[in-house]
Design a protein around this ligand. Structure first.
Ligand SMILES: Cc1cc2nc3c(=O)[nH]c(=O)nc-3n(C[C@H](O)[C@H](O)[C@H](O)COP(=O)(O)OP(=O)(O)OC[C@H]3O[C@@H](n4cnc5c(N)ncnc54)[C@H](O)[C@@H]3O)c2cc1C
Length: 464
């Protein structure tokens, strides 16, 4: 079999076993979890070391093709789409936990380590890696860093950027840089810049992550409300009282029906909304926080508040929320999980508007939300075999993001811009904001080799 010069060079330098070029196998990489747009790469490489990543980037440079880094491909914004073809660098074979250093509260990991693998490795040590996106069973630490991932516990513990001490990365010319790892850098904080770069600034090949001490104790509650307004009011009252729960998650009636159909947890199907709330910290004082939260729920109109008393009950409460998206698979062949953020007090309004937008576009929408952060995740249900339904779902998605902007919020809280939201950048940022970001990107990758067409429009020209 003859290979293109690009494929032949990659096979020669990286080994044939680390290169995929058969069209049938490349089909797997033509999209990520944003399935409504597809582009097939010319070739996929699966490097096992930083040096191999650098080799791949240099070869791509010699053949003048783009390079797209990819972790587990759970991006909901099309971040891994190889829109100009080129080389997809799949990082999942770089999956070693290099070091766990409890004295310095730090772990060193390769980018392809799934988030859950690090969680399992740390279980029982008294420490954990705080970012826990709902995709943590699959998504990689490299992907989490590249998207500055959040998750249910972001409310109290912060997003990924707050937990990254250092990064090793390959730049667009194939050079290798190391940023950090230090607690309080005296130099420019380039580590912070690289976090959330969505693969446009460098390919992350090693990460020094901060380890957080496990809380001494925690409590979990579930409150059932007749209306979204009551649930929204509870969220505001809890935060206004100075209580920062470890997590505060909202599920609306639509998602409750799906969860109930799938798993039968016993939710009343006429409930307007459910809040799942967790508080953690020192045992002393935690009961007081729990009591106050229960009071707030009842005062705001909760018709039932369940306080989990056993570890098993607490587990079940979190399982309801964690399984919510999986339950959606039973409702429709395809879905888009949107990601917007609004001031907390605007949550009930925006959820009502989402329902109206769904009706207008005849698209069923169910909602989960990291309510404490004001982060909504409307899930738009449709059938991607029907182009007309796809178009309606995309139009509804755009309209609800516009509503988030109108409410003083933003079009992404944690999933990134990718290709999906690139048109919104000019709505969110001024010309000079975007120019500053462009200068920064040029400093890391002057020719736009890395992940072109993502994040910034003026890098959308894929003919590099
Ligand atoms: C069911 C579901 C639930 C989700 N829940 C959450 C959630 O709670 N919070 C949240 O934040 N996100 C969530 N996501 C979105 C997604 O899981 C996160 O963005 C995650 O961090 C992506 O990790 P990944 O390994 O799959 O990266 P990928 O999808 O492979 O890549 C994502 C982006 O990062 C870049 N990238 C990947 N690896 C590297 C690397 N080593 N170097 C440089 N760039 C790289 C890619 O080019 C792409 O732009 C969810 C997704 C799904 C499907």
């Amino acid at each position: 079999m003859t290979h293109s010069p690009l494929v032949a060079d990659l096979r020669a330098r990286l080994g044939a076993e680390n290169v995929i070029s058969a069209p049938s196998e490349l089909a797997v990489y033509d999209c990520d979890a944003y399935t409504v747009e597809r582009h097939r790469p010319d070739v996929v490489v699966l490097p096992r070391s930083t040096v191999q990543v650098a080799e791949a980037v240099k070869i791509a440079g010699r053949h003048n093709v783009p390079v797209v880094p990819r972790g587990a491909g759970t991006s909901l914004a099309g971040g891994c789409l190889p829109i100009g073809g080129g080389v997809v660098v799949m990082l999942t074979r770089m999956n070693r936990i290099v070091e766990v250093n409890l004295h310095d509260r730090m772990a060193v990991v390769e980018p392809g380590v799934p988030n859950i693998q690090l969680a399992k490795r740390l279980a029982g040590t008294g420490y954990h890696f705080a970012p826990d996106p709902s995709s943590q069973d699959a998504s990689t630490i490299g992907g989490n860093v590249a998207t500055n991932a959040g998750g249910p516990h972001t409310l109290k513990y912060g997003v990924t950027v707050n937990h990254v001490l250092g990064i090793e990365a390959v730049l667009g010319d194939g050079s290798i840089i190391r940023l950090g790892p230090v607690e309080n850098p005296a130099e420019l904080d380039l580590t912070g810049v690289m976090v959330g770069g969505e693969g446009t600034l460098g390919i992350i090949t090693k990460v020094w992550v901060r380890l957080t001490p496990d809380p001494q104790d925690y409590r979990a509650m579930r409150a059932i409300f007749n209306t979204l307004d009551e649930a929204g009011e509870t969220v505001s009252r809890i935060i206004a009282a100075g209580i920062i729960p470890a997590a505060m998650e909202l599920m609306d009636q639509g998602i409750l029906a799906a969860v109930e159909e799938a798993f039968g947890f016993g939710f009343p199907l006429d409930a307007g909304a459910v809040l799942v709330i967790k508080v953690d910290g020192p045992t002393a004082g935690i009961e007081i926080q729990q009591r106050r939260i229960v009071e707030f729920c009842k005062e705001s109109g909760a018709r039932e508040v369940l306080e989990a008393t056993t570890p098993q009950q607490r587990e079940t409460l979190w399982k309801c929320r964690k399984q919510a998206v999986a339950a959606v698979g039973r409702l429709s062949p395809s879905y888009i999980i949107q990601d917007g953020v609004v001031p907390r007090t605007r949550l009930p309004h925006v959820l009502r508007r989402i329902a109206e937008i769904g009706t207008k576009h005849q698209i069923r929408i169910v909602n989960v939300a990291h309510a404490g952060d004001g982060n909504v995740h409307p899930i738009l249900l449709f059938d991607d075999r029907d182009r007309e339904q796809v178009d309606r779902a995309l139009a509804a998605g755009r309209e609800l993001l516009e509503e988030c902007i109108r409410c003083g919020g933003s079009v992404t809280a944690e999933h990134g811009i990718g290709v999906e939201k690139i048109d919104f950048m000019e709505r969110m940022f001024s010309k000079s904001d975007l120019q500053a970001m462009t200068y920064l990107r040029e400093a890391f990758d002057p020719v736009g080799r890395l992940n072109p067409g993502k994040l910034l429009r003026n890098f959308a020209n894929t003919s590099i």
